[in-house]
Design a protein. Structure first.
Length: 408
């Protein structure tokens, strides 16, 4: 169906990231110009307060509840695209997915919850394909820089080296920014679910768990689980917290595009911690801290302590100044079957989890509404690289403070 009222609606507009996203859309696209958009959520008083904060009298406000399918369906019937910031998605996200696939409405979010994405694909893929709804998860820091970063590198390799890379390494060279309360709540929730579900633990160990059935590599995928030296970058590495979701999205992108990265594609992510003994000790410290967090989140008493006293709560996050002072610098190294190499980088000009994520999510929604023709791209569960490609890369570079560059 073709919905006429709005190009996009931000659902969960008063959440911490939702407010950042709305401020970005208002500054970049205005509230009464060519892009027709609206804000939506459960509390009209909070939505009205956000509207005043945006200094807009014309921005439409819609009421809908994440648990009320009827209100969500009515919302979907008014717009071409819904952007959702209402997480943890495993707890609150399914009714909106159901409403979108039933009405043929496009959707994007910033989830990084592997187990929930797999459930949604299993339950709703066929219905989305039939209705024409394009569902695009992971449109924030996880996993746009990784997914489009690999897409960009592979384009450079094919164009300049005449062949794709059979292996790509992504390394976080530098970053500044905190985890959002929503991200932490999602991490704690998946750890809690995995502790009680052996089948989920098995799925979370499979790097191809989001790829279509039958798509896998016969080679063992690299996976940095502890302090490790990388001779290609000449640095010590520590595990990267976002790697579990990013790796799976990149492999799904490869599958959905017909394996242009090759059938036996290898991909992994890690954090650079420096050279020499200092780099090694830093890597060991990060590994220990991550292990302690995961162990603590898996056990009820320590999970309560973490949620009560340690980690930020959903809705909490850094000040606008801290967001502006954040940044990230991701480095990619690709190797072809014949031994050629290509190096690229992706950078962002704000903190990854908030400021930059808000801008990426906004541009993904606008791109889905305005740039991706329904006639040429059918319904189903897509990834950022497989549905957006160059169109979103261009938007991110022009509007959202990202760069995609070849460096070697």
């Amino acid at each position: 169906m073709e919905n006429q009222n709005y190009d996009l609606v931000v659902f969960g507009a008063t959440s911490f990231v939702g407010q950042i996203l709305c401020h970005y859309l208002a500054s970049q696209y205005g509230t009464d110009k060519d892009l027709k958009w609206a804000i939506a959520g459960r509390s009209m008083s909070k939505l009205d307060a956000l509207k005043r904060d945006l200094d807009s009298t014309s921005l439409p406000v819609l009421q809908a509840d994440a648990a009320d399918l009827q209100s969500l369906t009515a919302l979907c019937e008014k717009t071409r695209v819904v952007i959702s910031t209402v997480g943890p998605y495993a707890l609150y996200g399914e009714p909106l997915i159901r409403a979108c696939v039933q009405t043929g409405t496009d959707y994007c979010d910033l989830t990084g919850e592997v187990q929930w994405i797999r459930q949604m694909i299993t339950r709703y893929e066929e219905q989305a394909q039939a209705s024409g709804a394009r569902i695009v998860h992971c449109c924030g820091f996880d996993s746009i820089p990784s997914d489009l970063g690999v897409w960009f590198l592979q384009n450079e390799a094919t164009k300049n080296l005449g062949e794709p890379c059979t292996q790509v390494k992504m390394r976080v060279k530098a970053a500044r920014g905190g985890l959002s309360g929503g991200t932490v709540a999602s991490l704690i929730n998946v750890t809690k679910e995995a502790a009680a579900n052996p089948q989920l633990r098995k799925e979370l160990a499979n790097p191809f768990s989001l790829a279509p059935e039958g798509h896998k590599s016969n080679q063992r995928q690299p996976n940095v689980k502890s302090a490790e030296y990388d001779p290609d970058f000449d640095v010590w590495l520590a595990p990267f917290m976002m790697a579990p979701i990013n790796v799976r999205i990149v492999h799904r992108s490869n599958a959905l595009q017909g394996a242009p990265y090759t059938e036996e594609f290898l991909y992994d992510e890690a954090m650079m911690t420096g050279k020499g003994m200092k780099g090694r000790l830093t890597a060991l410290g990060i590994t220990a801290a991550l292990g302690s967090f995961i162990a603590g989140a898996a056990i009820k008493p320590t999970r309560w302590v973490l949620e009560k006293f340690v980690v930020p709560k959903p809705g909490e996050g850094p000040s606008p100044e801290a967001q502006k002072n954040g940044f990230y610098d991701l480095r990619f190294l690709g190797m072809t079957a014949s031994g050629k190499t290509v190096s690229t980088k992706v950078t962002g000009d704000m903190d990854p989890g908030y400021g930059s994520t808000g801008k990426m999510l906004g541009e993904a929604g606008v791109c889905l509404a305005l740039d991706i023709d329904k006639a040429s791209t059918g319904g189903g569960f897509w990834t950022p690289a497989s549905i957006f490609g160059e169109k979103l890369v261009n938007r991110l570079c022009e509007n959202a403070g990202l760069t995609f560059e070849r460096v070697g």
